[in-house]
Each structure stands twice: as structure tokens, then as C-alpha cells.
Write a protein that binds this ligand. Structure first.
Ligand SMILES: Nc1ncnc2c1ncn2[C@@H]1O[C@H](COP(=O)(O)OP(=O)(O)OP(=O)(O)O)[C@@H](O)[C@H]1O
Ligand SMILES: [Mg+2]
Length: 318
């Protein structure tokens, strides 16, 4: 079986603006997603995540580029593509307010041509899985925001498509609900061999459930990397030194002129130096500076960089 399920090539989207310069929201991006992958789309506000997702699910027409679902051109054969994709977009217009969770689920299954009789056991399963049993017959408008969000994801699942596009699925959820939803996404990818592209601002979400992350900034892809490798790329370079004394002026200026990424935190009786090294060799250069001046090093720790730090560095182009 062909592993490739979604391919985006040279995708661009320009939003024309009356009497103003048009906006290039997505600028010539391309990527490939394999069956069973969970890929995170990360990027600052206005980076082009939602626009990319809307192009893929056929809600807006790209200005140029191609999208292939199972090798079939989505732009010229949208019907096929749409039968393979379900999407949950940002905001709360993904479900019908006046329908109950059960009715919403039946409706979305129906859109895919699945009769209620055939869908019933899966709908029951989804209601239970998403903890909506007690609200199964309450109109969606009376559910809490988190419940509505979970229902929106459940409705996308009810369509039983292979590809799921989730635009900020955990936005506005409390810690527990967010955690629960992450588990559910992971579980259903594993058990049902689905493929997920999700956008998020929550690094923990990406770190927890994504196999791969695509970072976009100003409409362009700046990184497309496996999540485990992304942390490793930076892991080797981050150290914290603790000294049991203050640095002399000379040491401080020598460190600053030799290590442009050093952050020196001065405490009354000790000093912390956080440093990013491009090679291990440079660790000894720092030790040499400290030795020359007789500073006593209390500890050296290898810091695992925070995912958020990595993201900021990539986006700022460091
Ligand atoms: N319908 C529209 N008309 C005009 N400009 C738009 C439209 N939708 C989005 N844009 C612009 O396109 C750019 C990308 O927006 P998009 O919503 O794709 O970003 P995003 O990465 O989803 O951001 P966020 O993290 O805030 O959700 C922004 O500059 C935005 O102002
Ligand atoms: Mg968005």
C-alpha cells in the first residue's frame, strides 16, 4: 500500500485587499504526509496555518500550487478529496447549535453517506469515549466550550475519513480536557490508522502527540523535522554552569565576547551561566576562562532545551 496520503506542492494563497496591498498568507509551501502520521503545524499568529488547512480541505481556493490526496488532485477533483478529509476549524462553527451531540454525530456520519443504523454503534462509542454520555440529548448550544470542542472533534471522527485536519483542537480546553483529547487523537490514529494534521500554539500538545512538526513563519516553511530529532538537535548545546562566587569584570567580559549566546545571572553569593554551545569543544574554552581566573565551579548541568525555546529560536531564525 502506498504510504503517501497527502502531498502539498508549491502552495500559495494571496488574499486580495480592496485599495490595499494584497496579503501573501501562504508562500510556496510543500510537504508530504504518510499514512498514520500525526503532523503538527506550528507558527506564530498570522503565519498561515489556518489558511493552509482551509486550502487542503477545499474551503478556499489556493492562488497556486497543488494538493494531492491519495495521489488524486484535490483542486481539479475536489469531490474525491473531500470524501477523504474531515476538518475541525478554529472557532465554534463546526457543529450545529440546535442539535444534540447524538444528532450532530448522526448528521456528520450521514454527510459521508453512512446511515444512522450503520453508524449507531460507532456514535455510541464516540459519545462514551468523549465523555458526552450525560449530555447526549442536550442541545449543543448548552454544552460547555470544552464539551463543544470535544463534540466538534468527535463529529469529524464520525465521518470516518482517513485524514483529519484539526485547527487548534485544544484551544480553550482545561488542562484535563486537553490531556484527554490528546490521548483520544493518539489512540484513534493508532487503532484506526488515521492521519492527522493539526495546528496548535501549545508546544506540549505538539511534543506529546506529533511525530513530526512543520513550523511556518510568514507563510513559509522554516522547519520540517521529526519531533524527537528536533529536541536532539539542540540538546547537545545547552549547558548551565553554577559558580559559588561572583564573576570578575574581566571574566564576564571575556565570556560575553567569546560566547554571544551566554546568559549570566548574578546572585548575591553565586553566579549562573546559561550557555548555548555550537560544539562540545567550546565547553573547555569556557572552563579555561573560569580556571584562569580561579572561579570555583559548583556544577555543570546539561539542560534539555525547552520546546518553546527551540520554537522561538527557529522562528527568529537563530
Ligand atoms: N479571509 C481573509 N482575508 C484577508 N486576509 C486574511 C484572511 N484570512 C487570513 N488572512 C491573513 O492571512 C495571514 C495568515 O492568516 P492565518 O489565519 O492563516 O494565520 P494562522 O497561522 O492561522 O494564525 P493564528 O495562529 O492567529 O490562528 C494573516 O496575515 C491574516 O491576516
Ligand atoms: Mg489560525
Amino acid at each position: 500500500m502506498n504510504r503517501e496520503v497527502l502531498r502539498v506542492e508549491g502552495l500559495s494563497k494571496v488574499y486580495p485587499q480592496p485599495n490595499r496591498k494584497s496579503i501573501l498568507a501562504v508562500d510556496n509551501i510543500g510537504f508530504l504526509i504518510e499514512r498514520g502520521e500525526i503532523v503538527g503545524l506550528l507558527g506564530p499568529n498570522g503565519a498561515g496555518k489556518t489558511t493552509t488547512i482551509k486550502c487542503i480541505c477545499g474551503l478556499i481556493t489556493p492562488s497556486s500550487g497543488s494538493i494531492f490526496i491519495d495521489g488524486i488532485d484535490m483542486i481539479h477533483t475536489p469531490k474525491f478529496g473531500m470524501s477523504k478529509i474531515s476538518a475541525v476549524l478554529e472557532g465554534n462553527r463546526n457543529i450545529y447549535w440546535r442539535l444534540t451531540p447524538r444528532e450532530n454525530l448522526a448528521f456528520f456520519a450521514g454527510l459521508q453517506g453512512i446511515s444512522y443504523r450503520d453508524a449507531k454503534s460507532y456514535i455510541d462509542e464516540l459519545i462514551e469515549l468523549f465523555n458526552l454520555t450525560q449530555k447526549a440529548t442536550t442541545q449543543a448550544r448548552y454544552l460547555s466550550r470544552g464539551m463543544q470542542q470535544k463534540l466538534a472533534v468527535a463529529c469529524a471522527l464520525a465521518k470516518q475519513t482517513e485524514i483529519l485536519l484539526l485547527d487548534e483542537p485544544t484551544l480553550g480546553l482545561d488542562v484535563e480536557a486537553s490531556h484527554e483529547l490528546r490521548g483520544l487523537i493518539k489512540e484513534m490514529v493508532r487503532d484506526n490508522n488515521r492521519t492527522v494534521l493539526l495546528s496548535s500554539h501549545d508546544m506540549q500538545v505538539v511534543k506529546d502527540i506529533c511525530d513530526r512538526v512543520i513550523i511556518i513563519n510568514n507563510g513559509k516553511i522554516v522547519t520540517d523535522e521529526r519531533v524527537d530529532r528536533l529536541s536532539k538537535l539542540f540538546e547537545t548545546s545547552s549547558y548551565r554552569f553554577e559558580l559559588d562566587s561572583r564573576l570578575t569584570q574581566k571574566e564576564e567580559s571575556e565570556i560575553k565576547s567569546n560566547f554571544d549566546l551566554a546568559n549570566i545571572i548574578k546572585m548575591p553569593d553565586h553566579t549562573v551561566i546559561d550557555i548555548q554551545l555550537r560544539s562540545h569543544q567550546r565547553l573547555y574554552e569556557l572552563i579555561d576562562i573560569l580556571r584562569k581566573n580561579g572561579s570555583k565551579v559548583d556544577s555543570i548541568t546539561h539542560r534539555e532545551p525547552d520546546f518553546e525555546e527551540i520554537f522561538l529560536k527557529i522562528v527568529k531564525g537563530k
